[in-house]
Design a protein around this ligand. Structure first.
Ligand SMILES: [Cu+2]
Ligand SMILES: [Zn+2]
Length: 220
């Protein structure tokens, strides 16, 4: 009986290793319109979450060359020149900081850099901001600022709350797009042990757990 339990536990581990959930989101980025409604799309950002790892990929047009503060703000409202997005998303009530700091806002993603031609590639990764869980950023906003975020290292009063990154140039609401279970590989799965009694309930369950991802893939 203890052998069967081991097989069962092993099968669960094998399935966990072979599949991982990937969650995707997207934000269309609008140019900030003070006292008005946003209407001009200047970019888009795709979000991809695998486990606790979040990757942002996209681009924005029309920013001035140089570095721009880049954050997740708490509200999913991009009105009033992006001011309606509220403050940096900070559910743990910490101090503004750099993405690598332990004391930082969840929304603190540092800076993006615009080259001289004005086409800004977005390639940012983070392990704190997440599309899932109680502090999900889905339905909140991404905001691009006028100035560089000093990452909480500045001397101004605003350094510890906003990084003194200045006005808001563009923003977009993060929406959930897709949740999929991705199989990394099935090649490394261990074969079923030969000594497993065939036809027992445990062996059927173990077989299902191991081969379900393969069957699913073949049918989809
Ligand atoms: Cu911001
Ligand atoms: Zn912050």
């Amino acid at each position: 009986m203890s052998d069967l339990r081991h097989v069962f536990a092993f099968s669960l581990i094998a399935v966990a290793l072979a599949t991982s959930e990937v969650i995707r989101g997207r934000a269309y980025i609008f140019k900030a319109v003070p006292n008005g409604l946003p209407s001009q799309i200047v970019g888009s950002i795709d979000f991809e979450q695998t486990g606790s790892f979040l990757k942002l990929n996209g681009s924005i047009l029309g920013l001035a060359p140089g570095q721009h503060g880049f954050h997740i703000h708490e509200k999913g409202d991009i009105g009033n020149g992006c001011l309606a997005a509220g403050a940096h998303y900070n559910p743990h009530k910490l101090t503004h900081g750099a993405p690598d700091d332990s004391n930082r806002h969840v929304g603190d993603l540092g800076n993006i850099e615009t080259p001289p031609d004005g086409f800004t590639p977005i390639s940012v990764s983070d392990s704190l901001a997440s599309l899932t869980g109680p502090y999900s950023i889905v339905g909140r906003s991404v905001v691009v600022h006028e100035k560089i975020d000093d990452l909480g290292r500045g001397t101004s009063d605003l350094s510890k709350t906003t990084g003194d990154a200045g006005g808001r140039l563009a923003c977009g609401i993060i929406g959930a797009v897709e949740e999929v279970t991705v199989e990394a590989t099935t090649a490394g799965l261990p074969p079923l042990p030969l000594e497993l009694p065939q036809g027992s309930g445990a062996s059927k369950l173990a077989s299902c757990l191991i081969f379900a991802p393969v069957l699913l893939r073949n049918f989809l």
